[in-house]
Design a protein around this ligand. Structure first.
Ligand code: MN
Length: 244
C-alpha cells in the first residue's frame, strides 16, 4: 500500500534562520524541502523557530517523522571545537538548542524516523556525541570543492558502504552528488556508522544508525536533486515510508 493510499505521514521540518538587517530573526525554509516531502507522499510541517521545549514536545507528538534541514554552522562549543575559528559562519545557538533537543528526543525514543540534510547530518552526529570538521578546505588537504555553487549539479562522487541502509535505498556503490558545505562529520558518534564518503578525499558524506529506527544523515542536498536523481528521491520516499 502506498503512503498516499492511507493517511499521509506528517513530516516535521526544522526552519533555517535569517538575521534581519534591523535586528531580530526570521525562521524560514527553502521551498525545495517541502516540495520534496510532498513529492514523496508526506505532508510537510515547518516548525516554528523556538527552543520552547514543552511546545516542541507537543508539536513533535503530532509528527510521524523529522527532517533536519540545511543551514549555518553549529556552535563548536557543543563538541569542544575551536570557537575562535575564523571560518565559522551563521551560528544560531537558538537553532542549535532546538535541533539538538528534537534529535535527541527521537534518538532516545527509537521509533520515529529522522532524515538529516547537510547541516542536519552534522546535527545528528553532534546530538549523538560526535564532532565536526570546522572547515574542510583548511583542515583536509587536497579536498575537492565541497562548496560548489552549482547547487543542482552532481559535482563529486561518493562511495557508499555495502550493507548500509543508504546502500539499499540508493541501489549503487558510487553516486554523484551536489555539494555546498564547508563543514563535515569528523569523529563519528559511537552509535552511528559512516555510510558514505567522498571518493576523492574521504570526507564523510553520510552517517546512519544501524538497524531500526531510520536515522540517516547525508551531507549533500537531495532536495535540490530529487526530481531527476533517483538516489535523492529514494531518501525522501524512505523517510515517508518509515513514518507511515
Ligand atoms: Mn561534499
Amino acid at each position: 500500500m502506498t503512503a498516499s493510499a492511507t493517511k499521509r505521514p506528517l513530516i516535521a521540518l526544522t526552519p533555517d534562520v535569517h538575521e534581519r538587517s534591523g535586528g531580530g530573526l526570521n525562521g524560514f525554509l527553502h521551498k525545495e524541502y517541502t516540495d520534496a516531502v510532498l513529492a514523496a507522499g508526506g505532508l510537510p510541517m515547518v516548525l516554528p523557530l523556538t527552543d520552547d521545549e514543552p511546545a516542541l514536545v507537543a508539536l513533535l507528538e503530532r509528527a510521524d517523522g523529522l527532517l533536519l534541514t540545511g543551514g549555518g554552522d553549529m556552535d563548536p562549543a557543543l563538541f569542544d571545537g575551536d570557537a575562535a575559528n575564523p571560518t565559522l559562519k551563521s551560528i544560531s545557538r537558538l537553532r542549535d538548542r532546538m535541533e539538538l533537543f528534537l534529535t535527541r528526543r527521537l534518538l532516545d525514543e527509537g521509533r520515529r524516523p529522522v532524515l538529516g540534510i547537510c547541516r542536519g547530518c552534522q546535527v545528528m552526529n553532534v546530538a549523538a556525541g560526535g564532532t565536526l570538521v570546522l572547515d574542510v578546505p583548511t583542515e583536509i588537504g587536497d579536498a575537492v570543492n565541497h562548496g560548489d555553487p552549482r547547487h543542482s549539479e552532481l559535482v563529486h562522487d561518493v562511495s557508499i558502504e555495502a550493507g548500509t541502509r543508504l546502500h539499499a535505498l540508493a541501489g549503487a556503490m558510487t553516486i554523484g552528488v551536489n555539494s555546498s558545505h564547508h563543514q563535515a562529520v569528523k569523529n563519528v558518534a559511537p552509535c552511528l556508522r559512516v555510510s558514505a564518503r567522498s571518493v576523492h578525499d574521504g570526507v564523510v558524506e553520510a552517517v546512519e544508525l544501524d538497524g531500526k529506527p531510520f536515522f540517516l544523515g547525508v551531507q549533500w542536498h537531495p532536495e535540490r536533486l530529487h526530481e531527476r536523481h533517483a538516489p535523492s528521491a529514494a531518501l525522501f520516499r524512505a523517510l515517508v515510508t518509515a513514518a507511515s
